[in-house]
Design a protein around this ligand. Structure first.
Ligand SMILES: *Cc1c(COP(=O)(O)O)cnc(C)c1O
Length: 395
């Protein structure tokens, strides 16, 4: 028998959400996120083309690195061709090797896990919590207490006999992970911290930019992130030696010489092209404008949703300042039926909404990897909806 009252209820809730978003964004298609190019983008790209330096050589790449360094206060910045490469190269220079285990959340974009796999290492999934959507420090601590034996300073997974070498906190949707607690636990277990700050340019934790807490941090400038270079990423680090290594291996490990082409190890052709960096320089000039629009949009949504007892809007935590990259509704209870109702109606009406990624621990290539209990992640998978977040929604 069909429960008509619950269907009616779902329809009302769906209508409420769509109306609230329409009220802010107006008619027409409301994208989840779109880049905005109303600054010097065309000017710099034109200059770049005029100069003929559109590829791996040119002034914009260094300028972009230096501007990101000023903005994040990271001592060194290495620009690469995308955020996934930034993660991959970070793990490689952090000495992550075949059969090492790396702790990552299961609720994240697949690139976090793939970068671990590219190094021959194995992701080990840790549950998140619903405050930050990132790795839950309490669950992390309990998991490590349960499975680790310490040998010669290494943390060994008792069950797999592999070294647990690193942890990748991810600042989901721009909301900082609980770094203070994670840093303490990582120190206890001798884990290297590499931050996946792909989504969190302009987000801070205790006043410090995300991606600058770990040994290395990776940021993405894909077209859907808060600023874009078309495709691109940077690696942040305060370690001079690692920075030099990263510059070397991301530019095919070519030895500096005016004409000879000699490579002293297996390198990668991962350098950010100059034309992408030109776009990035123009975009970065506008970051504070984007950040203020994102925050305003959160305030507008907050006004619409605050008195609904069946959902909440994800908000920044006490120690955090979020860039509010993607606005996020969280249903109070897991309800795939309601979620699907909202997704199908809003999308068919041009109000673009998305569920969160399917948990990586449930994807075919990763389903046999070690993992903690993932109750929160499994619940959140059926509760999260990202709603239109573009800066153009705020007039
Ligand atoms: C976007 C993203 C990446 C990868 O960045 P690309 O530039 O798309 O390669 C990695 N991790 C997270 C969490 C992301 O959102």
């Amino acid at each position: 028998m069909i429960n008509t009252s619950s269907i009616l209820n779902d329809c009302k809730k769906t209508e409420f959400i769509i109306n609230a978003i329409r009220n802010i964004g107006g008619p027409g298609v409301l994208p989840l996120h779109e880049p905005e190019f109303n600054g010097n983008e065309k000017k710099y790209i034109f200059e770049c083309i005029e100069s003929t330096f559109v590829s791996s050589v040119g002034k914009y790449v260094e300028e972009f690195e230096s501007n990101i360094s000023n903005f994040t206060k990271s001592k060194y910045v290495i620009a690469v061709n995308n955020g996934t490469s930034a993660l991959h190269m970070s793990l490689l220079t952090a000495n992550i090797k075949k059969n090492d285990e790396v702790l990552i959340p299961s609720l994240t974009f697949v690139a976090t896990a793939n970068s671990v796999t590219y190094c021959g290492a194995i992701p080990h999934f840790i549950d998140c919590n619903e405050n930050s959507l990132s790795i839950d420090p309490i669950i992390l601590k309990e998991r490590l207490k349960e499975i680790v034996i310490k040998e010669n300073g290494f943390s060994i997974n008792k069950k797999t006999r592999r070294v647990i070498k690193a942890i990748i906190p991810v600042h989901i949707f721009g909301h900082p992970a609980e770094m203070e607690e994670i840093i303490k636990i990582a120190a206890d277990y001798n884990l290297t911290i590499i931050e996946d700050a792909a989504e969190s340019l302009g987000s801070y934790y205790q006043g410090k930019h995300t991606g600058t807490f770990g040994l290395l941090g990776a940021i993405s400038f894909n077209g859907n992130k808060i600023i874009t270079t078309g495709g691109g990423g940077v690696i942040l680090t305060d370690n001079k030696d690692l920075a030099a290594k990263l510059k070397h291996i991301t530019t095919t490990a070519k030895l500096k010489h005016p004409w000879n082409s000699v490579h002293d190890q297996i390198g990668y052709n991962y350098r950010m092209p100059n034309i992408n960096a030109a776009l990035g320089c123009a975009q970065l000039e506008r970051i504070n404008f984007f950040l203020s629009k994102k925050r305003k949009l959160y305030d507008l949504y907050k006004k619409k949703f605050h008195d609904q007892n069946w959902l909440k809007l994800l908000k920044e935590q006490d120690k955090s300042k979020s860039n509010y990259w993607l606005q996020t509704i969280i249903l109070n209870k897991p309800d795939r039926k309601l979620l699907n109702n909202i997704l199908s109606h809003s999308n068919s009406e041009g109000v673009v909404t998305r569920p969160v990624w399917k948990l990586i621990s449930e994807l075919e290539p990763y389903k046999n990897c070690p993992k903690s209990e993932l109750d929160n992640s499994m619940s959140l998978e059926n509760r999260i909806i990202n709603i239109p977040s573009g800066v153009n929604l705020v007039k």
